[in-house]
Design a protein around this ligand. Structure first.
Ligand code: GTP
Ligand code: MG
Length: 430
């Protein structure tokens, strides 16, 4: 099977909580706060593993989680950091956010390792919260929560060469004659139902991967005959071998057949129609030498303006096949490997953070006040003494660092307006 898929749930590790404790020493009746920090939670990475060529493992196990950070301890001892989780995937795995289908990353080319979710930060222990006015803070910061995302993994095996052509042109026969693959061959259209790959080994370490897809028909670019699915498979190939029944054995005109396929390629994606192409003029064994020569001449005249070469073959007898494969191999040496890498459309780091916004800013019409609420605000107010200058400065910095000032401005808050946070009211000023 060509396209291989799996859906999995992945979570980063939660940050360890900061600890609340106080120093206990002989002769020191009330020691200062000595609660240590929580360890950071483990992150989740994606990594290309050369030895893998399927996503089968991910269909057996569905849930993956990085280790949580350890909580902080007394005597200023920090909790241990959670171990990272590394998800190994085969090269060519496209990773999407499952619900929206948006691409997070494409594990191909230079992209060997990708940070998917960073672990939750560990919380500060209460040792950080001692101030001159609050010498025994009973508060420590909780670790950041774990984050979870559902992923759709899809492996698009990367073939160097894609075989295209109408049904019955002889694509599968050519793949069989050239490689280790054993696709089905039949004397009726749509014999091939799913794409297939084969390794073409020319000896002397010269090899490439060739994919056979089911025949394309008129309207494929609009989706006819699963056209979209099949065309998507050849998007990443670097070179197309366009197989045509050059003998016109079914009473068709080979030149027309070539035009039909090229039109579909172009309508599906202009880029695909510009991909380097070789025309494999197939089934020439059905014609006597003289007629074959004429048929070939006609095809060459037809294709010359497109700058496309025509190579005579018989996939059935093998005649001309080796020459065709060497031509393909030589052309591949000139074509860069990177084609069609998927761009990122979804960044878990920012999107998941926004989903679980730590606060809300609203306007209370009645009281004519802006209201800021959220668990983090509440917690911060719990350990901040606003009566002290230091505490108040910390509070202002917190509002700025967490984007709350910007959020207030966005809501229309201006100088002189009142802002309310859990029973505290302030006059806003820039
Ligand atoms: N005489 C002759 N027959 C061939 C040649 N190549 C393929 N055929 C025959 O043409 C028919 C179709 O061949 P396939 O290789 O299945 O064609 P395909 O392009 O894969 O067709 P789909 O999978 O339906 O798209 C089969 O009966 C083959 O034996 C050839 O070079 N000469
Ligand atoms: Mg076939």
């Amino acid at each position: 099977m060509f396209a291989d898929r799996a859906k999995i749930m992945v979570s980063s590790g939660k940050g360890g909580d900061g600890h609340v404790s106080f120093r206990r020493e002989k002769y020191v009746p009330a020691g200062g706060p000595d609660g240590g920090d929580g360890g950071d939670g483990g992150s989740v990475w994606l990594e290309v593993d050369e030895g893998l060529n399927t996503l089968a493992d991910y269909r057996h196990k569905r849930k993956y989680k990085a280790e949580s950070g350890e909580n902080g301890k007394m005597r200023r001892m920090a909790g241990r950091k959670g171990r990272d989780l590394i998800l190994k995937v085969p090269e060519g795995t496209v990773v999407r956010e499952a619900e929206s289908g948006r691409v997070i990353t494409d594990m191909s080319g230079d992209n060997r390792r990708f940070l998917l979710l960073s672990g939750g930060k560990g919380g500060n222990g209460n040792m950080h919260y001692a101030t001159s006015t609050m010498q025994a803070p009973k508060y420590a910061q909780p670790g950041q929560p774990a984050r979870t995302i559902e992923l759709q993994l899809e492996l698009k095996l990367i073939a160097d060469v894609g075989l295209v052509g109408l049904p019955n042109a002889g694509k599968s026969t050519l793949l069989t004659a050239s490689s280790n693959a054993r696709p089905e061959i039949g004397n009726y259209p749509f014999t091939t139902l799913t794409p297939m790959l084969g390794v073409v080994d020319l000896g002397d370490m010269q090899s490439f991967v060739m994919s056979d897809i089911p025949g394309l028909i008129e309207g494929a670019a609009e989706g006819a005959g699963l056209g979209h699915e099949f065309l998507a498979h050849i998007e990443r190939t670097r070179l197309l071998i366009h197989v045509v029944d050059a003998a016109g054995s079914e009473g068709r005109d080979p030149a027309d057949d070539i035009d039909i396929i090229n039109r579909e390629l172009k309508e599906y994606q202009v880029d695909l129609s510009r991909r380097p192409q070789i025309i494999a003029a197939n089934k020439l064994d059905l014609l006597d030498d003289e007629t074959a020569e004429m048929a070939l001449e006609l095809l060459r005249d037809h294709c010359a303006p497109m700058g496309v070469e025509v190579v005579p073959i018989s996939a059935a007898t093998g005649k001309g096949v080796r020459e065709l494969l060497f031509k393909a191999y030589n052309m591949l040496q000139e074509i860069p490997v990177q084609t069609g890498v998927f761009e990122q459309e979804y960044d878990p780091e920012t999107e998941i953070f926004q989903e679980s916004a730590p606060y809300t800013v609203t306007y209370d019409e009645k009281a004519r006040e802006y209201v800021v609420e959220g668990p983090r605000i509440e917690r911060m107010l719990g350990y901040t003494n606003l009566e002290t200058e230091k505490g108040f400065m910390f509070f202002q910095k917190f509002l700025r660092d967490n984007g709350i000032i910007d959020a207030l401005k966005r809501e229309g808050c201006t100088e002189g307006d009142t802002v309310r946070l859990y029973g505290h009211s302030f006059e806003y000023y820039d």
